[in-house]
Design a protein around this ligand. Sequence first.
Ligand SMILES: [Zn+2]
Length: 156
Amino acid sequence: MLLEAGEHLLRSAYAVLEPDHRPSGVPGPGVLYLTNRRLVFEAPASGGVVRDLLRGRESRLVFDGSLQAVRNVSVRRARLGRAWLVVEAGARRPAFDVLDPEGWVADLARAKQSLPPPGVIVPTVIEREVVKVRCRYCGNLGNEVAGRCPTCGASF
Ligand SMILES: [Zn+2]
């Protein structure tokens, strides 16, 4: 995922998009990103693995909602089975199977509160942004572009 100037990543995780909201040809698993401006879900275009997706190969942007457009987020919990993170944005209501959906709801609410009020021009500094990804093996953060975990050396 490409970050805009002044945009930074708050949270990212492996997530599965609910079948009802999948465009044809897009598999459910992908990566959900929360930045200070957007909520983005990227899935591999042809059944590839998330590793490829994180390197920016063959990824397909499925959901790219500005936080202003996100009206509400909630956790839908079935009596049996998974909890879904439900995002209401415009006419869409995509739901994601993601670890710690309550944490996502809290972080999304915080990010929305930190948005500048409409009409306020925020000065931005153009800088090179590096997307941090969490290592699946040791849990530490590393640079997406490095391709390897700086702590344990596992490839991303
Ligand atoms: Zn590691």
